[in-house]
Ligand binder design. Sequence first.
Ligand SMILES: Nc1ncnc2c1ncn2[C@@H]1O[C@H](COP(=O)(O)OP(=O)(O)OP(=O)(O)O)[C@@H](O)[C@H]1O
Ligand SMILES: [Mg+2]
Length: 282
Amino acid sequence: MKSRNSIRLDNIKLHPAPSDPVKQSWVSNDDPLRQLSAALAGDSLPGRNQPMTPCITGASGIGKTTLALHCAARILHKPVYIIQCTAATVPDDILVTCRQYKKHTGYLASPLLTALLTGGVAVLDNANFLDETIWSLLLPLFDGRNFMQSPFSNSKITPHRDFRIITTANDTLSLYNIPEYIYSLLTPKIPVPQPKENEIYEILKANVMQAEDELVDYIINFMKKPPVVASIRDSINILRYSLKLINQEKYKIKDAVNTSIRLNPHLKYKQVKEEFYQLINK
Ligand SMILES: Nc1ncnc2c1ncn2[C@@H]1O[C@H](COP(=O)(O)OP(=O)(O)OP(=O)(O)O)[C@@H](O)[C@H]1O
Ligand SMILES: [Mg+2]
């Protein structure tokens, strides 16, 4: 997609953020993709069928970010701008950063502002890490007022009609909880369910194309046995590393998978950690 050299806001020239490449397609596990596409349909002009501000929820490594990126790039065919949310995200990160050069000041538009002004899709990834200062700046985009305050003046920025916003939230390991008044506006909530066994097979094959069926089947069987609690990401990583070990020729499938799991000890602890979080969230 063609990228712009500059965009304007309040007559000030801004350097746009680059859009993010989308490499991995979403495969099988069709329901969340259908639900997300439906939520984003429409156009943002007042009185029209306005798009919603969905929140993709689910455990770590289940596929939330992959789903958001696929939908934005391959279904909506729009440039994607990821905002990696952390506890250290400050207002400048979602608005504008100033750079002092020798003779002038340069203004760098954030990925969110770039998407808003040019009609891209902003993905607020792992949004549950954001603190309330940031949520208050974003609130008018979620509550139907449909604007963002300009960082340069009192003016309100109306989003480009193609602008979309997707949030993702990890529902197991949240550091900050999204405030209730915001969470109720992030709608619909689209859960990414654990894929069925045949879907896991397709996902693993799509992510590690060189893997042979026998190895993929072995991993799927192994990963579903307690005490191992594996996410899709874990399973992909185990598969990747098993394949590398097998390519060394010393390893048979069983040894390769065992070694690969042994060298990822967090898998064993994960179950204990999840039980702990369930306990404290009661
Ligand atoms: N349906 C799917 N199709 C293709 N790849 C998938 C699918 N589901 C999960 N994956 C793969 O699983 C891995 C983890 O996905 P992703 O990073 O999107 O998870 P996440 O839920 O965003 O995790 P986190 O909460 O840690 O941010 C990626 O390599 C992704 O390609
Ligand atoms: Mg993610």
